[in-house]
Design a protein around this ligand. Structure first.
Ligand code: NAD
Length: 360
C-alpha cells in the first residue's frame, strides 16, 4: 500500500492551468492569448452550433478553422486528416470543445506537432487532465503517455454540462469514478492520488445524484465536474489498470461506447480485487459513505438509473473469449495478476448484470 513504510513511492506533479466556474467559457479568447495562440483550430465535439459560432466570433482573427469530425477511440484515419488540416491551416493552438472524443483528436494532432491544447470539457471523461493519448487502427486501440498531449489550459464551465442528458451524465460520471477507483490500486498510486481520488469519488457521488435527478441544477453539475477534474488528475498520475485495459478492448475492438462500458464493468473489477486490494476498497467505501465499495458503487449505479449490461451495447457471448484474451495480454500484475479465465468471468457477469449487479 502506498502509505506503508515498506512501499517506495515516486511522485511527479504535472503542469497545467485550470479555470473553473459558471460562464468561464467566456474567457476562451483571453486564455488563448495567454498561450500565445494566433491561428487556432477549434475541435467541436459538442455540436452546439450557436456556442461554436459565438466562440469563433470571440476568437476573431485568431480563429483559423473548425474541425467537427471527432469520434470515440480516435480512429487513425480521423487523426491523420485532422493532422493534415492543422498543417494546411498553419495552426499554432488547438482548442478542444466537447467530451473525450474532441480532446482525443486534438491530442492526436498535438502528439505529432507539439502544438498546445486548450480543453473545454463538456462531459466527465477527464481526458483534459491527462498526458494519455489513444488511437485505434485495425480494430486495436493503442494508448501511450506523452507530455506533449497534456492540455496546457483547461476551462471547466459547468453551464456547458447542463445539456448532457441524465443517462449520458450517469455513464460519463461513472467513467470519472472509475478513474478515481483505479488510481487507488495501480503501481503508481501514492498519497497524493489517494487523496485526490477519494475526494473525487465523494464529489461525483453527490454531484451525479443531483445532476441525474435535476439535470439543470448548476450546483450539482459543478460538483460533478469538479469530481471529474479530480478523476482526471488521479488518472494522469496513478495511470490505468485492469479495469481500463478491459474497457479499451471493448471500445477499440468491439466498438462499444466508452463511458457506458466503464459504468458497467467497474463494480465487477472492484469485486474481482476484493481480496487483492482491501485498503483501496476500504478507501472507496469511505468516499462513498458506504459499508462496502462494491455495494456503494452498485447503489450509486441504481440511483443513477444505470440498468444496462454489455449485451445491451452489442457484445455477443461469442466475443467474450477474444475480449478476455486481448485484455489478459495487457493485464497488470498490480494489485494482483489476472488471467484470461478471470476476465471471462468478469465479462460474463457484466453481459446482463451491469452496474447494479442485477439481471435485467
Ligand atoms: P464523447 O466525447 O464521445 O461524447 C459523447 C456524446 O456526448 C457525443 O455525442 C457528444 O457530442 C455528446 N456531448 C458531449 N458533451 C455534451 C453536452 N454537454 N451536452 C450534450 N451532449 C454532449 O464521449 P466521452 O465519454 O466524453 O469520451 C470518450 C472518449 O474519451 C473515448 O475515446 C475515451 O477513450 C476517451 N478518454 C480518454 C481519456 C484519456 O486520458 N486519454 C480519459 C477518458 C476518456
Amino acid at each position: 500500500m502506498p502509505t506503508s513504510l515498506a512501499t517506495r513511492v515516486s511522485y511527479e506533479a504535472l503542469p497545467g492551468r485550470v479555470v473553473f466556474g459558471a460562464g468561464a467559457v467566456g474567457e476562451l479568447a483571453a486564455e488563448v492569448e495567454l498561450l500565445g495562440g494566433r491561428r487556432v483550430i477549434l475541435f467541436d465535439g459538442l455540436f452546439d452550433a450557436m456556442l461554436v459560432e459565438r466562440l469563433e466570433r470571440e476568437l476573431g482573427e485568431r480563429h483559423a478553422g473548425t474541425i467537427g469530425e471527432v469520434a470515440q477511440h480516435v480512429p487513425a484515419e480521423l487523426a491523420a486528416s485532422a493532422l493534415a488540416r492543422a498543417r494546411e491551416l498553419e495552426a499554432d493552438c488547438l482548442v478542444a470543445l466537447g467530451g473525450g472524443s474532441a480532446t482525443g483528436v486534438a491530442k492526436a494532432v498535438a502528439k505529432e506537432t507539439g502544438l498546445p491544447i486548450l480543453a473545454v470539457p463538456t462531459t466527465y471523461a477527464g481526458s483534459e487532465m491527462t498526458p494519455i493519448w489513444g488511437i485505434t487502427a485495425d480494430a486495436r486501440k493503442t494508448t501511450g503517455r506523452d507530455l506533449a498531449v497534456l492540455p496546457r489550459t483547461v476551462i471547466y464551465d459547468p453551464e456547458l454540462t447542463l445539456s448532457l442528458p441524465p443517462l449520458a451524465s450517469a455513464a460519463s460520471g461513472m467513467n470519472a469514478v472509475a478513474h478515481c477507483v483505479e488510481a487507488m490500486w495501480t503501481a503508481a498510486a501514492n498519497p497524493v492520488t489517494d487523496a485526490v481520488a477519494a475526494e473525487g469519488i465523494t464529489l461525483l457521488a453527490a454531484g451525479l445524484r443531483g445532476s441525474v435527478h435535476e439535470p439543470r441544477d448548476l450546483q450539482s453539475r459543478a460538483l460533478a465536474l469538479q469530481g471529474a477534474w479530480l478523476g482526471g488528475t488521479a488518472l494522469a498520475v496513478g495511470g490505468t489498470g485492469l479495469h481500463h485495459k478491459i474497457c479499451h478492448v471493448l471500445g477499440g475492438t468491439f466498438d462499444l461506447p466508452h463511458a457506458e462500458v466503464h459504468a458497467i464493468v467497474l463494480p465487477w473489477v472492484v469485486e474481482h480485487y476484493r481480496a487483492a486490494a482491501p485498503a483501496a476498497l476500504a478507501r472507496v467505501a469511505r468516499a462513498l459513505d458506504a459499508e462496502d465499495a462494491v455495494t456503494g458503487l452498485r447503489e450509486l449505479g441504481r440511483d443513477l438509473g444505470l440498468a444496462a449490461g454489455l449485451a445491451d451495447f452489442g457484445l455477443r457471448p461469442a466475443d467474450i473469449e477474444l475480449a478476455a484474451e486481448l485484455a489478459a495480454a495487457v493485464a497488470p500484475d498490480v494489485p494482483a495478476p489476472t488471467n484470461k479465465e478471470e476476465i471471462v468471468a468478469i465479462l460474463e457477469s457484466a453481459m446482463t448484470m451491469g452496474t447494479t449487479g442485477r439481471e435485467q
